[in-house]
Every structure is written in structure tokens, then in C-alpha cells.
Design a protein around this ligand. Structure first.
Ligand SMILES: N[C@@H](CCC[C@H](N)C(=O)O)C(=O)O
Length: 287
């Protein structure tokens, strides 16, 4: 008889792992042999006042062909289309399971290819960035998503304006600033997350181009809040920086929890993301 709380009743007997990628942390639940990851379970597992606590809750499920697909919940119980750091953690888990050094698995926005890149370092091909207003999506038609019409501060004297919009399978809004550390992201992040120009909400970042090969980025995640790192935000920041001619196509993106190497490959138009993964705890619900 297990003493799981009611919110986790559907996960009895399911294996789980607590992992992080550059400080962006996850509870990953194996649902391939059954179990149900409900919105209530995701909210319970994400609660930092509870026995777990994390930024995202990931479910691993079987797809029609017998392969593995990830589903992604934010801590508020909403679904996400992509999670760059969790993709590296899931890639590593599946490589440990199969003994492979590279493999493909499913995600809400399509298949992802992961490769071992060193000791506890994984590269994931995040696919093509989406730059068209209707694909991001934005609520209004516009030709150039490098600078969109969002301003922060007094109307006649805005302090931040003209962020870039990008989708990496999820919507991003990136403000370029002189110094990421002086930005009150905790105050304006929630406002931009729910800005009317983003009908599905936005992950909101401030980015600082240090030199042609270095960015500093802080992110307010949709459905979560301030995070130590956000993989898709690192990709969105690099893509935006390249579109504004601020960096080269490959750069190290420093976030509070660690660094990721992001490359927007010219030949394939795909964005490759390399960085660390860490396993901190594993177990079986109900044991
Ligand atoms: N941590 C992630 C992004 C997670 C999803 C995001 N909050 C959303 O709602 O789109 C990452 O590493 O990319």
C-alpha cells in the first residue's frame, strides 16, 4: 500500500529522475509502462515548497512506432511545445538506457536528435527557428520580427523597447540591453509574458552581447517565472543576435545557472545547443 499524496495517485510505480541542465531543473517521469501525469500531479511535483520542486515536469511516453516522446508541463500546469534543457536531459537518459551515443526521440514540436558531446555534455539539434509573425505566433501581421512594437516605461521615455520575437517550438521575446544584471525582469517579465501581441504568451529574456562570441541572458519563463537557465531562450537570443548582426553564428550563452554553446548552422538553418546535464535523484513513485 503506497502513501502517495492524492495528486500523484496516477504515478504509483512509475520511475522518476530529478535532473537539471545548467540549473534549469526537472522531474522526469517514465510513463512508458503506464501511469498518468495529470496537471495536478505536475503542479504538485513543480511546487518548490513541496518534496520535489522544479521548473518543468516531463513525461516520457511511447509513440505509435514504439519510440519515446516527451511531454512538457510548466509548474503552473500549462503545456509547453519545447524545452531545450530538458531535451538534453532526456537525450542523456535514453542514451544511458540504450548504450547509444546519439539518438532521436519525439517532442511536442517534432523529433529531436541528441548526441553525446563529452562527459555529461549533450548536444541537441533544436531544428529551425520560426521567424514569421504567424508562426511565433504574434497577434498582428508584421514583416520584420527582429524589432517588435513593445515598449516598457513611460510612453514618452521608454526604458526598454523593440525586442525580437522568435519561436524555437515555443514563443520568445528577447530584449537587448547594456547589462542584464540591472534589469527588473521579475517585475516586467510577467507583464510581457501576457502581452496582447503574444496570444499564446511568451518566454521573456534580456540579452547582452558581450562580444561576437559571447552573450549573457536572463529569462522569465512562461508558466514558471525566473529561471537559472532556459535552453530555448538561449537559442532565441543567439538567433536574434545574429539577425541584428551583434554576434557570430556560434556563441557561448552565459545564464545564471551555467553556460550553453549555441550554433545557428547556415547550411541547415538548424540551431544546435550543447551544454551540461546533471542527475541529482532517482526513484520510483510509491516505493
Ligand atoms: N526550460 C525550457 C523552456 C520550458 C518551456 C517554457 N516555459 C514555455 O512555456 O515555453 C527550456 O530549457 O527551453
Amino acid at each position: 500500500m503506497s502513501d502517495l499524496p492524492p495528486a500523484l495517485a496516477g504515478l504509483d510505480g512509475c520511475p522518476f529522475w530529478q535532473m537539471d541542465g545548467a540549473g534549469n531543473d526537472f522531474v522526469i517521469v517514465d510513463l512508458r509502462r503506464g501511469g498518468e501525469l495529470t496537471r495536478e500531479a505536475a503542479q504538485y511535483l513543480g511546487d518548490r515548497e513541496g518534496p520535489f520542486g522544479c521548473d518543468q515536469i516531463i513525461g516520457l511516453v511511447r509513440d505509435k512506432t514504439g519510440g519515446t516522446t516527451m511531454i512538457i508541463y510548466n509548474t503552473d500546469g500549462s503545456f509547453a511545445g519545447a524545452c531545450g534543457n530538458a531535451s538534453r536531459c532526456v537525450g542523456w537518459l535514453l542514451m544511458e538506457e540504450t548504450g547509444e551515443n546519439e539518438l532521436t526521440f519525439g517532442s511536442p514540436s517534432g523529433p529531436l536528435h541528441a548526441t553525446r558531446a563529452g562527459e555529461a555534455q549533450i548536444t541537441v539539434d533544436m531544428g529551425e527557428p520560426k521567424l514569421g509573425w504567424e508562426d511565433i505566433p504574434l497577434a498582428e501581421e508584421m514583416n520584420d520580427t527582429r524589432y517588435i512594437d513593445i515598449k516598457l516605461g513611460p510612453i514618452d521615455k521608454p526604458v526598454l523597447w523593440g525586442p525580437s520575437a522568435v519561436s524555437m517550438g515555443n514563443p520568445h521575446c528577447v530584449f537587448f540591453v547594456e547589462d542584464v544584471d540591472t534589469q527588473a525582469l521579475d517585475r516586467f517579465g510577467p507583464m510581457i509574458e501576457h502581452h496582447p501581441l503574444y496570444p499564446e504568451g511568451a518566454n521573456v529574456s534580456v540579452a547582452q552581447a558581450v562580444d561576437r562570441e559571447t552573450l549573457r541572458v536572463r529569462t522569465w519563463e512562461r508558466g514558471v517565472g525566473l529561471t537559472q537557465a532556459c535552453g530555448t531562450a538561449a537559442c532565441a537570443a543567439l538567433v536574434s543576435a545574429v539577425r541584428r548582426r551583434l554576434t557570430d553564428r556560434k556563441a557561448t550563452v552565459h545564464m545564471p545557472g551555467g553556460a550553453l554553446i549555441i550554433e545557428w548552422d547556415e547550411a541547415t538553418n538548424h540551431v544546435f545547443k550543447t551544454g551540461p546535464i546533471r542527475l541529482s535523484r532517482q526513484g520510483v513513485f510509491g516505493d
